[in-house]
Design a protein. Structure first.
Length: 123
């Protein structure tokens, strides 16, 4: 996109669109794959911000689901056997790696490897 086109886009885009674009750039800079491009049954590295946490009892085993948004889409990070994961809170940025799967039409990673990033806005 030309400099003028980029300026016009930034002037006319909504705040949500601008924040999503910033999140996409930050995620790609960390070497992560865009959530929109993930394929089931393949390992992937994703980066983004946790936008929702859900606790779901699954039979006899608790499950914590963290929805990670990277600007292109989202993926659910499913922590089986956990009621909480220290440091994983809404608004927290993190990088996760694991096998991508589909569950009820949503992309998920079960018990991914992850590391927390510094708190605050995308860098």
């Amino acid at each position: 996109m030309s400099a003028l086109g980029n300026l016009l886009h930034r002037l006319t885009a909504s705040r949500d669109e601008l924040e999503a674009a910033d999140e996409r750039r930050t995620s790609l800079a960390r070497g992560a794959a865009p959530c929109a491009d993930l394929l089931p049954r393949r390992r992937a590295k994703v980066a983004g911000v946790v936008v929702a946490l859900t606790y779901r009892p699954r039979g006899e085993s608790p499950t914590l689901v963290a929805r990670l948004f990277d600007g292109s889409g989202s993926i659910d990070l499913v922590f089986l056997g956990r009621r909480e994961v220290p440091g994983v809170d809404c608004g927290r940025r993190l990088v996760a790696e694991g096998m991508v799967a589909l569950e009820d039409g949503r992309q998920v990673m079960f018990n991914p490897d992850y590391h927390l990033l510094a708190k605050g806005p995308a860098a």
